[in-house]
Ligand binder design. Sequence first.
Ligand SMILES: N[C@@H](CCC(=O)N[C@@H](CS)C(=O)NCC(=O)O)C(=O)O
Length: 238
Amino acid sequence: MLPLVLYDAMSNLPGNNFSPNPAKSRFVLSYKDIPFVTIWVEYSDIHIAMKSIGAKPIKRRDGSEVCTVPVLSDPNTGALITDSLEIASYLEKTYPEKPIFPNNSEPLIRTFDPAYMSLIFPGFKPLYLRTMEALSPASAKYFIGVRSAEVPLPWDVNFDADWKLLEKAYNTAYEWYQKTDGKWIMGDTFSHADIIVACQLLWYKRVLKEDEWARISSWNGGKWAQVLADAKKECNLA
Ligand SMILES: N[C@@H](CCC(=O)N[C@@H](CS)C(=O)NCC(=O)O)C(=O)O
């Protein structure tokens, strides 16, 4: 089997990775033991670089089209897939061993994905601020330009109030997890829903200052640091 190619976003951080959506694909590939290599793309070049390899664009919230990462190229089948959820779906169909959509849960997890994103999105200001700091000057400028269209600047003024928004969102997510007996959102059954939750947390841990991540780790009895650690272990990334 030829290694698959994952396009991911570059940062200034050691080991590069920070971006939550490409992380979801990395977790799935690793969970399924599929060999892959990563191509790191400068954030400000993502659109042009992905367009040049023929990747499909996605729609931004304002309806405009843009090429994003992750993109996955599979030389074994010739497939070139854009969007973390479509990549998960492709990998599940093409490499069904170790399911990430167990018990026919793909339709429900496709509904869970935007529900979770809408829940946490209002709390993103502190995260955007720190992400910008983890990028090269050219990428930081680009990042501010595109993200401020969705989350207006300034990102550093009502820091405490913005943190409260994120905490409130995770209190709700905690209630979701409390509805099951096991540690995963589907009880004892690991799924792509947990990868989605964990990869957002991974982004926070990567870009936030230590005391800021410690704050998130303290919420809901340590649930979020635990979900991240458990998912990394489950996906052989610990
Ligand atoms: N729904 C898409 C979102 C992808 C996305 O927004 N990717 C970001 C990095 S995490 C990106 O490439 N942004 C480039 C841009 O907005 O210009 C997915 O899940 O893959």
